[in-house]
Design a protein around this ligand. Structure first.
Ligand code: FAD
Ligand code: NAD
Length: 456
């Protein structure tokens, strides 16, 4: 067993880990980045990028099929499943390759391959080949898809996002367990590509929406896109020919494949965290400060999906940078920094899109609500996408705190609102800005006007 010393050990070469490693090196620390798998990041290999490639192919198919609404006759739209998936993998491989290219400038001796496990508060073992002593460590181990109990033992019939992008052809039918961002995006894409899709979720929401008005709108919109079973848990699954038969209260049915999209628990088990002295909660996750990323007064930091706080890409990247820099500072005997958090911004790339800013709707907070609907919004009607709505939340007095929205291209509106919230704008100040005509942004102007009127 090789014995090595370093200042900072970073576990996991995903988005958070790469950012942490770079930040620690930039701060002058001897940093080591450890990766157990093929690398290339979850985002590029099995997450953001392949899912968006599938979604975009599905949007093109949908647009072609619905061109009639514009007086355009498009005949015979046929989905060539193997070709869709081949293009997806070709571009996905490019994105993964560009992640590796981005690592080329890092010193080779600063990277280790293997599974890291803590042996003590300052020691890691990497497989059986290396013992690494560190002054500070960053846990950036990401998260993994969960598979609900009734689906275990069904083998390859059950897909997760780790495997769904590898299938050679689209199935005829697919049951999707989970109506969160992953489930909703992939269910709609598959349905638009001609797969018979059924979605099951024990909850009553879609895509993380909380606002009751918007949740209702989402239910209506998506139940016309696929077979939707909210408030429904799958009780049993058994092999059925090449496929699976699922049973739920009040029903059962055969499916070619099942996609488990029932959440992504953080990868903290089997890491040896018990040996570090960190306080662990009942799920084995260490307590940490969401500004410095430090795990209490230990030498550990945790960033990205591993801390399950905000499992989205831009947060993984920023948290990684903060953790890496702070780990380098701690290793050098300096104090850690606690930068202000960014406002929470999350979206779902369904059609219509869903977005939430500042944590979204909070029934307890007594916020003022400004409303706009896309159903009669000019630009949305031009696009034949007049569905959904926008809700802005503000403190009494007008300071904006967040928003939820479901509607056409709301990714752009959500950014505007997020920046306004982070800049501490009130509704009147935000409204005293240009809103071009005819744009979707005019819905924001309408919601701000409504908010100002309600707030007096
Ligand atoms: C289908 C899907 C679509 C998504 N779409 C979006 C989107 O559109 N926008 C968005 O913002 N977010 C999206 N996300 C979320 C986003 O991908 C994640 O938040 C982000 O990739 C997390 O990065 P990370 O660095 O925390 O983890 P990862 O990139 O998973 O990196 C963790 C790394 O740690 C390694 N590792 C784990 N344990 C060990 C160990 N013991 N030793 C050594 N190495 C170890 C793993 O092999 C892995 O390489 C999506 C996720 C999925 C699944
Ligand atoms: N567009 C994006 O930015 C994007 C896209 C995909 C994922 N992500 C990120 O990845 C994270 C994980 O997404 P996710 O959708 O996998 O998880 P999630 O935790 O957000 O949603 C999981 C859903 O599965 C349901 N569920 C739980 N147990 C179930 C069961 N036994 N059967 C059926 N349904 C069950 C839950 O009620 C919930 O609705 C998200 O929080 C998000 O941050 C982001």
């Amino acid at each position: 067993m090789r014995e090595i010393d370093c200042d900072v050990a970073v576990i996991g070469a995903g988005t958070a880990g790469i950012a942490a490693h770079r930040a620690a090196l930039a701060d002058g620390a001897r940093s080591v980045l450890i990766e157990q798998g093929p690398g290339g990041t979850t985002c590029a290999r099995v997450g953001c990028m392949p899912s968006k490639l599938l979604i975009h192919a599905a949007e093109v198919a949908h647009t072609a099929r619905n061109a009639d609404a514009f007086g355009l006759r498009v005949a015979d739209v046929r989905v060539d499943g193997p070709a869709v998936l081949k293009r997806l993998r070709r571009l996905r491989d490019d994105f993964v390759a560009s992640v590796f290219e981005g690592l080329d400038d890092l010193p080779a001796e600063s990277r280790l391959m293997g599974r890291a496990v803590f042996e003590g508060p300052e020691t890691l073992r990497i497989d059986d080949h290396t013992r690494l002593r560190f002054k500070a460590a960053v846990i950036a181990t990401g998260s993994s898809p969960s598979v609900p109990e009734p689906l275990r033992g069904l083998g390859e019939r059950v897909l997760t996002t780790d495997t769904v992008f590898e299938i050679e052809d689209l199935p005829d039918s697919l049951a999707v367990l989970g109506a969160g961002p992953v489930g909703l995006e992939l269910a709609q894409a598959m349905a638009r590509l001609g797969v018979r899709v059924s979605v099951f979720d024990p909850g009553d929401s879609l895509g993380g929406l909380r606002d009751p008005d918007l949740t209702g709108a989402a239910r209506e919109i998506f139940s016309s896109a696929f077979d939707l079973h909210l408030g429904t848990e799958i009780e049993a699954g058994e092999p059925d020919g090449e496929g699976v038969r699922l049973s739920w209260k009040g029903g059962s049915g055969p499916f070619d494949r099942v996609l488990s999209a029932a959440g992504r628990p953080p990868n903290v088990h089997g890491l040896g965290l018990e040996a570090t002295g960190a306080t662990l909660d009942e799920r084995g996750s260490p307590a940490f400060d969401s500004r410095s990323q430090r795990c209490e007064d230990t030498r550990l930091f945790i960033a990205g999906d591993a801390n399950a706080d905000r499992p989205i890409l831009h947060e993984a990247s920023r948290q990684g940078r903060i953790a890496g820099r702070n780990a380098a500072r701690l290793a050098a005997g300096e104090g850690v920094e606690r930068p202000e958090r960014w406002v929470m911004l999350a979206m779902v790339f369904s059609q219509p899109q869903i977005a939430s800013v500042g944590g979204g709707f909070d029934p307890e907070a007594g916020y003022r609500v400004g409303r706009a609907d896309f159903c009669d919004q000019g630009r949305a009607r031009v696009m034949d996408r007049a569905q959904g709505g926008l809700r802005l939340y503000a403190e009494p007095g007008g300071r904006l705190v967040g928003a939820e929205m479901i509607g056409p291209e709301v990714e752009h509106l959500a950014h505007l609102v997020a920046h306004a919230v982070q800049d501490g704008l009130d509704a009147k100040t935000f409204r005293d800005r240009p809103f071009y005509h005819p744009t979707l942004e005019e819905a924001l102007d309408t919601a701000l006007a409504d908010l100002i009127e309600r707030d007096g």
